[in-house]
Design a protein around this ligand. Structure first.
Ligand code: DP6
Length: 320
């Protein structure tokens, strides 16, 4: 019987933004994320008697163009792990675009886990993280639940995620505020490459990340939400400063993004514990406690054209 692998998406508190090796997806820095419980991908796969892979997404057969990234990934995986069989893959995304999360993290983590099962590769969690990383860097972290650090490493074998605290007992929630659901014009892959190559601030970013990783791990240990929020917000803003300072300059921010940043700053003045983090898109994630997120929601209701979803801390890879 084919089993299904489930992987949850994650939000980076210390961002991965730049590769030192495009092919292997080796990042320039470590990164650190929180796995979320609301959004996940379920993937099953089976060996087929064919010389082509067949890919279904949300029960729809993908054409050649749509399946290219996954087929290339399967091709690379066959070479690397020494098998020749082709697969039929079925992925169901429970990461609605309306939730403002990219599905590549949960998508490639679930696919890696499914390939491991179907081909009996018997990978341990570090090896699974490496396989997921080859699909999408951020997927390396979705192997684990809770707080996760991706160790940059310097070759294919030593660049993988490690758990920091898989089941943290901490009152931390993430409110996803969706400003715009349409696909971004500059993908993360392209945006980070432009930043590495052209931002004069990139070497500073590498320094900022190495100190912020140490600081946020301390704050996580102390369950200090204010500290976690301050560091995560500063890290996200620093990442977006790299896009603004690239040549040519670009930004993922939209007017509504800035409006929400200002709102959260004002709410902090009122004593509400809330911080923002933003990935490669206009949507905003707000970090806070259960109580503060409830308060933030009431203020956001006054803004037009935004939808919100609350997520809590999620688990690592599951099979059923
Ligand atoms: C801003 O993992 O999507 O979300 O490795 O090129 O597929 P590729 O990039 P991807 O980049 C994620 C960028 C980010 C920050 C993060 O998740 O750490």
């Amino acid at each position: 019987m084919t089993k299904t692998a489930r992987a949850f998406t994650n939000i980076a508190l210390i961002k991965y933004w730049g590769k030192k090796d495009q092919q292997l997806k080796l990042p320039c820095t470590n990164s650190l994320s929180l796995t979320l419980d609301r959004f996940y991908t379920d993937t099953s796969s089976e060996v087929i008697d064919s010389d082509k892979d067949i890919i279904y997404l949300n029960d729809e057969l993908l054409n050649e163009t749509q399946s290219k990234r996954i087929v290339n990934y399967l091709e690379e995986t066959r070479k690397e792990y020494g098998f020749s069989e082709h697969l039929k893959v079925n992925s169901i995304n429970h990461v609605p675009t309306s939730a403002g999360f990219a599905s590549s993290a949960s998508g490639f983590a679930a696919l890696a886990a499914s390939i491991d099962q179907t081909m009996n590769l018997n990978l341990n969690k570090s090896q699974l993280s490496i396989l997921a990383r080859r699909g999408s860097g951020s997927a390396s972290r979705s192997i684990y639940g809770g707080f996760v650090e991706w160790i940059a490493g310097n070759n294919n074998e030593n660049s993988y995620a490690v758990p920091i605290d898989e089941e943290p007992n901490i009152d931390l929630e993430v409110l996803s505020v969706v400003v715009n659901q349409s696909a971004k014009k500059i993908s993360s892959t392209v945006g980070m490459k432009k930043s590495v190559e052209t931002s004069p601030f990139y070497s500073n970013w590498v320094k900022i990340v190495s100190s912020e990783i140490i600081e946020i791990k301390q704050a996580i240990k102390q369950k200090d939400i204010q500290k976690i929020g301050e560091i995560a917000e500063h890290n996200a803003m620093s990442m977006h400063a790299l896009t603004l300072s690239a040549k040519p300059s670009f930004t993922y921010f939209e007017p509504k993004t800035i409006e929400i940043i200002h709102l959260i700053q004002d709410l902090r003045q009122k004593g509400i514990l809330a911080y923002v983090t933003i990935d490669a898109g206009p949507n905003v994630k707000i970090l806070g406690t259960h109580k503060s997120i409830e308060q933030v929601k009431t203020y956001l209701n006054n803004l037009s054209d935004v939808t919100t979803v609350v997520a809590n801390i999620g688990h690592g890879i599951q099979y059923f």
